[in-house]
Design a protein around this ligand. Structure first.
Ligand SMILES: [Zn+2]
Length: 146
């Protein structure tokens, strides 16, 4: 019983795929990070030091998550953003693994793991947040090629 108004106000339903489908579509390393909440080694990813303008999509589903405008040099070894492209493109989960209390960031569309968000580190960005995202969870695209 959804009216069109209701549908547009409801967050999009996460893209559901079976584990077997994800394994087939992703490389083993992409699968490890995106679907098993792994972390790539710092300073090894494709985008940690990238200044190219463009839009960062989810590597698993293609949703647009971040843009180069919110990317900043955190020197932490992973691509860092001070905000997502828009509210609702990502979702947050408490992550208490590894003896830490962190906030995990996932793609709101396909529920793939992206990284973590940290707050109050004093980077001097507009939000004082650092979305610390794995390069392998992202794909940088030229806005003109979309
Ligand atoms: Zn996604």
């Amino acid at each position: 019983m959804n009216t069109p108004e209701n549908i547009s106000n409801t967050p999009s339903v996460p893209l559901e795929k079976s584990d077997a489908q994800w394994r087939e579509e992703l490389t083993p390393e992409e699968y490890r990070v995106l679907r098993q909440a792994g972390t790539e080694r710092p300073y090894t990813g494709e985008y940690w030091d990238t200044h190219t303008e463009g839009v960062y999509q989810c590597r698993a589903c293609g949703s647009e998550l971040f843009t180069s405008k919110e990317k900043f040099d955190s020197h932490c070894g992973w691509p860092s953003f001070w905000a997502p492209l828009a509210e609702g493109t990502v979702r947050y989960l408490h992550d208490r693994t590894m003896g830490m209390d962190r906030v995990e960031v996932r793609c709101a569309t396909c529920d793939s793991h992206l990284g973590h968000v940290f707050e109050g580190e004093g980077y001097g960005t507009p939000t004082d947040q650092r979305f610390c995202i794995n390069s392998i969870s992202l794909r940088l695209v030229d806005p003109d090629d979309r």
